[in-house]
Design a protein around this ligand. Sequence first.
Ligand SMILES: Cc1cc2nc3c(=O)[nH]c(=O)nc-3n(C[C@H](O)[C@H](O)[C@H](O)COP(=O)(O)OP(=O)(O)OC[C@H]3O[C@@H](n4cnc5c(N)ncnc54)[C@H](O)[C@@H]3O)c2cc1C
Length: 637
Amino acid sequence: MQLISRIPAGPLEKKWDRHRFEMKLVNPANKRKYSVIVVGSGLGGGAAAASLGELGYNVKCFCFQDSPRRAHSIAAQGGINAAKNYQNDGDSIYRLFYDTIKGGDFRAREANVYRLAEVSVNIIDQCVAQGVPFAREYGGLLANRSFGGAQVSRTFYARGQTGQQLLLGAYQALERQIALGTVKMFPRTEMLDVVVIDGRARGIITRDLVTGAIESHVADAVVLGTGGYGNVFYLSTNAKGSNATAIWRAYKRGAAFANPCFTQIHPTCIPVSGEYQSKLTLMSESLRNDGRVWVPKEKGDKRPPNDIPETERDYYLERKYPSFGNLAPRDIASRGAKEVCDEGRGVGESGLGVYLDFADAIRRLGADVIAERYGNLFEMYQRITDEDPYKVPMRIYPAVHYTMGGLWVDYNLMSTIEGLHVIGEANFSDHGANRLGASALMQGLADGYFVLPNTIGDYLATARPQKVDEKHPAFQQAMAEVAERTTRLLAIDGKRTVDSFHRELGKIMWDYCGMSRNDAGLRKALQLIPELREEFWRNVNVPGSDRELNQALEKAGRVADFFELAELMCIDALHRGESCGGHFREESQTPDGEALRDDENFAYVAAWAYGGEGSPPTLNKEPLVFENVKLSQRSYK
Ligand SMILES: Cc1cc2nc3c(=O)[nH]c(=O)nc-3n(C[C@H](O)[C@H](O)[C@H](O)COP(=O)(O)OP(=O)(O)OC[C@H]3O[C@@H](n4cnc5c(N)ncnc54)[C@H](O)[C@@H]3O)c2cc1C
């Protein structure tokens, strides 16, 4: 497999501009002759489908929810980054670029990250024009707050509901195109395969989740904006429906999967409370602007938090990282929490928790200001835990949140299958080994509104795909395979529920491929996962039929894919013998317990190619070349 990154030549600041000039354009009158499939209606897919419709292409957009408005993006809380420097606190495009490259522990492409920082400023203008109600200062200017890994305030927000407001903006733009007839929307429709003809993506196979009908859709190009795969761990902050099926099926058709083991564990989530919990709840990183993280200095101190005097508290992030303090990046803050809990200083019944305390901020600013900034988050916390965070500190613990890995894409966001583009969290893109807070929304919208609409035109104008239709044998064969798999799942008629398998898989992943990883643990996981997968295909019980709404059947297909992806994640984690960002290999740490990179041997993107049924995947390496930043040991001290 060849990995051609298509990074344009020339100075960093000129690459995108020059590339846009050099790319081929599709004549406006010819755009309606091309059809594009966009799978996903979140911030990535929704923005792309609306923009492509506006440009004049014939677009079909798919989502598995009942409305595009319910994509997981709606859950995003804290904010979206942009290098506007409204605060006059020293921000710039270069600083956002640098923070992102460093935050990702030098495992992302310079050119992509610079473009992201450049485009970030346009996103805010576009969203304001759409009417997104960003928070404003008293004088009317847009307000900003800080997120982890940055010493400037560049995060734009709408209370704790930024994703919801941004998605409503994208959704309105999408609905406008639907009304104009340029976009046809297919809700409650799940993509189950991508069809590749002569090396090019030419369409998809879908299942109507209400009637069970399996159908073919032909197009000149296919875009996947299908989100992340954190739910492979079963417990995560992702929406329950988020899954890897679209990208996994594309992988099996030839799209390389990059850095699958790069997972982000978010430090501020409500701790797990029992065996049968089905999901975890994020408490936005924005809370670390005003909340202070601490644990008791003494092991096993079970006093209520407000009875523990100041001198007996350990504000460990402020102690260890004085320059970034509570706003240390997520991977570092998560490991900090794990470390103090492993020492026996964790709080709450399970001992797997640390405090996030607002008492100082409330004293300094008043409860009203805190309510204005985080009111909905405090309410959510109180409803779930029955504790009032205005009076007692929140209890938080790290949880799986985001996946930096995803399908490999070149600078044009095209995968290793020609014509298959991948955007948003579904691609491996710009965040290296650790994403900074508020950068996912930025990337999804950058891809959907500003990058893809340019690059897909170049693909169509250059490739000029020949006409094909659903009668093509490749479509017929893919449809038959999808139907066969569905029948097979229903026929097993075993004794265990899909969820019980998923929960067990998630536990294996959390224990051996979670916050820290080691050689022996990963090898153990690689033995346990195939055993459990074998039992799944022998003993899972999927009730109902394929001719009706059947959520057990939907889940079974997704969990079957998670099994295979989990194995690839462990293979990737095992091969990457260094620590970087969220990938912490216990064998590779500095004397004070920080992640120790090995640039000599691992400064590359690991892009895995499917090896066929029963054969191991093959590793392809895209070397990462740093011409503008100096590789250094990441320090937030
Ligand atoms: C609780 C939470 C809070 C967050 N807060 C922030 C924040 O404040 N700032 C920030 O920058 N990031 C945040 N993130 C991360 C961010 O929300 C996501 O990375 C981003 O929204 C992903 O957008 P997306 O468009 O790539 O995918 P999604 O929003 O997940 O959309 C995926 C779309 O693909 C569709 N789809 C998937 N598979 C299929 C299939 N097989 N067939 C058909 N359709 C399919 C779905 O229906 C959906 O429409 C947060 C994440 C979580 C979990």
